[in-house]
Structure formats: C-alpha cells, structure tokens
Design a binder for this molecule. Structure first.
Ligand code: UDP
Length: 238
C-alpha cells in the first residue's frame, strides 16, 4: 500500500461542486463520482470527516441582500447543507461506504446530533462522518465550520474541494492568463483578500497551523493524489 501523507482529513465540499452543469441542486452523476473518489481514499486507510456546503440550494447572504431577515436566511442555508449531506450519504452508501451524518442543528429523525467524541469514535471505526448544518450559528459559513470541525476531530489537513485547479491571481474562469499559486501563506490569503475561504476560517487554520489544500474535485483521482502528497492544487500554510 502506498504511504499516505495524512491519517485523518477534513474534506470540505462546497454546494457549487455538487451541481454538475446546472447552477442549482444536486446532480446524481456528480454525487456518484464524488462517492467513488471518497471510497478510493478510504481504502488507503485514511479517516475522513466531511463538511458539506449548501450554496447550490440556498445562501443566506444572497437572500438577505434581497430583503430577507439575515438570521432566518442563514437558518435556511444551514438546512440546505443538511439536504446535501443526506444526498451524499445516499451516494456513499450505494458504493458500500459506511457513513454517519451529524447535524449542528438537531434533527433526530434524520441524523445524529453533532457530538465530538461520538464523531471521533465513528472515524476510528472506519466510518465517514458528514458534518451538516454548518456551525449551527447564523453569520458563519461552512468554511468556518470546516476549520472548526477539523480542529475538533484532530484532522491533519483541510482538503477544500472546488471546481478549479487551485488558487489563482485572478478568476481563471474569466481570464485565460490567470496564474495558479502552488503555495501561499495564511497571511498572503488574508492580505490579498483572496476569496478562497472567509477570513474567520483562514484565521482559525492559521492559529492552529492546519494546512489547507485547495484542489479540483472534478478531476478524477485528485483526492487520492492530495492524500499521497502529490503536488495538486494550492497549499495554504504557515
Ligand atoms: N450558514 C450559516 N452558518 C454556518 C454555515 C452556513 O448560517 O455555520 C448558512 C449561510 O447562510 C450560508 C449557507 O448556510 O450562505 C450555505 O453555506 P455556505 O454558503 O458556506 O455553503 P457553500 O458556499 O460551501 O456551498
């Protein structure tokens, strides 16, 4: 078996990664592909926690800018992440990966409540734990939830899955001459105001020196490449 760089990781999957070609909802084909990638990495013996976003269904900030109460909108956003978590759990179970969903907002008929020690036990038993509902608080993002859960479960790295190959100096989807960074420091990201994760999420990682690897989940085998320490995407570290 090839040597893995990390034993326990936190994979952050944004809602927009789940949409396929459309801009809304969950694409079952994309879900299947993501599930296969996760299974492959699990077979290397890596323990995997996943924080899933909800932007493909609902974004609190967007709704509040159009007149909705921010807190109500954020709760809707958190509920959206739980829908995505259930979809991902379904896709993972279809490829025989054992999973548990834990929610930051209690929803006992649907999933377990978030209990840190229980989550760690699941990981030790080889189950993939999907953390849904963000942090459970309005005014936060699922990126911050990813940093928080990564620290709580003792993850060695955050793998931030996106639709592009890493962090660029300008948006690569708009500018063909965009240049990709191989490495950046947390301070670079904060100073240059690079919109890869919000400042709260980056500062949490900086305080606790958890590296973030930003990579393209749409490229087959990429999660495994990151786990094996290959140069993929952009690494943000101290
Ligand atoms: N959200 C929140 N608190 C959290 C996490 C998420 O209020 O701790 C809400 C917020 O409205 C956000 C939405 O849930 O817009 C969806 O999460 P996010 O935008 O982080 O999802 P992603 O961009 O990763 O798809």
């Amino acid at each position: 078996m090839k040597k893995t760089q990390y034993k326990r990781i936190l994979l952050k999957i944004s809602g927009e990664v789940l949409t396929g070609d459309g801009n809304f909802g969950v694409d079952p084909g994309v879900m299947r592909q993501i599930a296969r990638e996760i299974k492959e990495v699990k077979s290397l013996g890596v323990e995997i926690g996943i924080v899933i976003g909800g932007g493909n269904i609902f974004r609190g900030m967007a709704a509040s800018s159009r007149g909705m109460d921010r807190v109500s909108a954020d709760y809707m956003g958190m509920l959206a992440t739980i829908m995505n978590a259930i979809a991902l759990q379904d896709a993972l179970e279809k490829v025989d990966v054992h999973t548990r969903v834990q929610t930051a907002i209690e929803m006992r008929e649907v999933a377990e409540p978030y209990i840190r020690r229980r989550a760690i036990r699941h990981l030790e038993k080889g189950r993939v734990v999907i953390f849904a509902g963000g942090t459970g608080n309005p005014y936060f993002t699922t990126d911050t939830a990813a940093s928080l859960r990564a620290m709580e479960i003792g993850a060695e790295a955050i793998l931030k899955a996106t639709k592009v190959d890493g962090i660029y100096n300008v948006d690569p989807l708009l500018n063909k001459r965009a240049r990709k960074f191989d490495e950046l420091t947390y301070l670079d990201v904060l100073k240059k105001q690079i919109k890869v994760m919000d400042a709260t999420a980056i500062s949490l990682c900086m305080d606790h020196q958890i590296p973030i690897i930003v990579f393209n989940l749409k490229k087959k085998g990429n999660v495994k490449r990151v786990i094996l320490g290959e140069k993929v995407g952009t690494k943000v570290r101290g």
